[in-house]
Structure formats: C-alpha cells, structure tokens
Design a protein around this ligand. Structure first.
Ligand code: AMP
Ligand code: MG
Length: 349
C-alpha cells in the first residue's frame, strides 16, 4: 500500500507549489491522477517504461490495452510521434486542447508498453488547466488512461479515483468534477481512410465536416480478440457492479416497458435503480426503484452517467434500467458507453 496524497486545487489558479510537488512525483517514476475535461486520468512519465508499467499494475489493466499520451505543447507532437501527417496538425490546431485523440506512428522515445507493443501511439492535449500546468512543470509527455480500476465506470471526480485507486497511487489532484464526463473521441490516422475507434467528446458530425470519408468502427470485441485494434472496444467495459438493462424504441413503449421491468424485478426481490433524464423522471417516481436524475439534455446526461452508475452501485442496486438516447452528436458516445456497461444486452419491448 502507498500513502495516496490528495491535493485540492482551484482549476482557475492551480497552486504552483503543489503542481511542482506532483511534477516531481512524475519525474521520480510515480503515479499522479488529475482531472481533465473528459474524465480523470492516471498519469506517469510516458518516456519511462517502468513508470508506465505501474499504471497497469495499479489499474489491474491488461498489458494488451494501450494508453493515451498527453501533451501540453503542440511542439511535443513530433517528439512522441513519427511521420506526422499534415492532417494531424490541422486537426490538432482546430481541436486541441480538447477531447480528440489521434493515433499516429510511435516515435522511439515512447516505450512499447505505452502502446501494448504496437508501432502506433495515441496522443491528445487535454483542455484543463490542471494537467496542462502539471505536464508543463514536469516538461514531460504523460501516459494516462482513465483513473479507474480496469473495466469499471471511468472516474469523473477525485472521490471516484480514491474509491478505485486509493493506496495504489502516489497523488490525486482534486480539481472538481470533470465537465464532459465521457472519454475523448479516438481517431486513427494510420489507416488509408481515417477511422473513429471510439466515439467521444468530439461528435462524429463535426469530424465529418473536415473529413467527409471518416469511418466509425463500431466493433465490439470479445476479450479473446483483445489487443487487435483498440481494446477500449471491449464489449464489457465501464461496468457498474449492477446488471445494466437498456431500452430503446419509441418513448411511450420504452416507458411502459421500463415500468413493467422495474415492477417485475422489485417483486423478484431485487433492488432496482433507474438512470433517467429529468424529463422522464415523473414516469418512474411511483415505482419501487432508486432514481438517479441525469439532467435535462445530452451534455448533462454525459457528464453525470458514470457518476450515476457509481452512485447506484453505492446504494447496492442489483439492476440499473436506462432509456438509450438519440444516436446523434454526443448521443453516439453515450449509447456506446451504455452498450458496453450492459455487455451489449438490449431489452425486448
Ligand atoms: P482510456 O484512456 O482508459 O479510455 O483508454 C485508452 C484507450 O485508448 C484504449 O483502451 C484504446 O482503446 C485507445 N488507444 C490507446 N492507444 C491506442 C493506439 N495506439 N491505437 C489504438 N487505440 C489506442
Ligand atoms: Mg478507461
């Protein structure tokens, strides 16, 4: 067990002395968790293979699941990646700092274990003052997956990080809740045609404006196929302890179906949880179920989704019911996370 230090920081003006202490931990090969605009990340010096291997150990993450390298300055791109195409610079100038990850050829300074042995590297610059200050103080590229135990819902607060990784990492920088709440969009530029490997914070429609031919790869791999492409594609991922049941059809049908399922499960002795948009909460209030309100629109749904799953877990829900959202904009990324949390199960209505 490690004594995990918690530093509270104001995102608007992160305390320079605390940032320096955290940067020194990165230099010494330690692990520092930090907020980003997407979810909390668990960082290590991306040029130090031993430090990177500690990320995998702390998370219980298989070595076949590659990690994203985080930058604070566009000039670092040519250090961590090789043969960077002009398109990468165009995209970086437009979307960085922000929730777009680019898969490029890996440069030799990045050890193979960052990328699960592949000759590519995934890179992004987070849009959050705390990691930008940290990386700049350390003057390092920082390898960082989401700061949760492997396959659990991503951490969107410092409390979630401590719940999963307290005693296993050196420092947690608490900068409040992560504003977007879902991971970055991953775009592979090493393919003949750019491929979205994971939908995320930057909507597909926005990328299509720039790259009309971009493709969404929506494969959901079984564990024995892992390591082939992007193991974030594993079918089971982002999972709460409770079983997740998804519903999709016209709204009236879905609501009737969810009400019936909640009744049935409760009668069978299960503790039922429901994650719902505020607008639909009234349909479920009379049911024997724990309600978690996600907010009024898709951005709020995204921000609160992982928090809701963890909260219903904390309340010992056996089963969590969710109405899937319209598959446009952020809705594509939301449905992707819901499907993986539910291991692909959609209820028949
Ligand atoms: P996390 O930050 O925990 O969401 O995990 C990072 C995810 O990024 C991995 O699970 C992969 O899906 C993806 N990834 C990282 N590096 C690469 C790479 N070199 N090629 C393809 N996908 C990658
Ligand atoms: Mg993750």
């Amino acid at each position: 067990m490690t004594n995990t230090l918690l530093f509270r920081l104001d995102p608007a003006a992160p305390d320079a002395a605390l940032i320096e202490r955290a940067a020194a931990v990165l230099h010494d090969g330690g692990l520092v968790a930090f907020p980003t605009e997407t979810v909390y990340g668990l960082g290590a010096n991306a040029t130090d293979a031993a430090a990177v291997s500690r990320i995998f150990a702390a998370k219980g993450r298989p070595a076949s699941d590659p990690v994203i390298v985080h930058l604070y300055d566009l000039a670092q791109l040519e250090q961590v990646a090789a043969n960077v195409p002009a398109l990468a610079y165009d995209l970086a100038r437009r979307f960085w700092p922000g929730p777009l990850t680019l898969v490029l050829r890996r440069a030799a300074v990045i050890p193979p274990n960052v990328s699960a042995g592949m000759d590519t590297v995934a890179v992004r610059m987070p849009n959050h003052p705390i990691p930008l200050a940290l990386f700049s103080a350390a003057a390092l590229p920082v390898a960082a997956p989401s700061a949760n135990r492997f396959a659990r819902p991503s951490a969107t607060t410092a409390a979630h990080v401590l719940e999963d990784l307290g005693g296993r990492i050196d420092v947690v920088l608490d900068g409040g809740p992560a504003p977007i709440g879902l991971e970055s969009t991953i775009l592979d530029l090493t393919k003949p045609v750019p491929e979205v490997l994971r939908p995320g914070g930057i909507p597909l429609e926005t990328l299509r404006e720039l790259m009309p031919d971009v493709r969404l790869i929506s494969r959901q791999l079984q564990p024995d196929e892992a390591g082939i492409e992007a193991p974030g594609m594993l079918l089971k991922h982002y999972s709460p302890h409770a079983e997740v049941l998804l519903f999709t059809r016209d709204t009236a049908t879905v609501i009737a179906c969810m009400q019936a399922a909640a009744q049935q499960r409760a009668e069978a002795g299960q503790r039922v949880g429901i994650l719902t948009l505020d607008a639909e909460a009234a349909y479920f209030e009379h049911l024997p179920a724990l309600l978690f309100r996600l907010g009024t629109d898709l951005p709020q749904f995204a921000t609160n989704l992982f928090r809701g799953m963890r909260e219903l877990d904390r309340q010992a829900a056996d089963v969590i019911l969710v109405h899937m959202v319209e598959p446009t904009g952020l809705g594509i990324a939301i449905n992707d996370r819901l499907l993986r949390a539910a291991e692909g199960r959609i209820m028949e209505c």
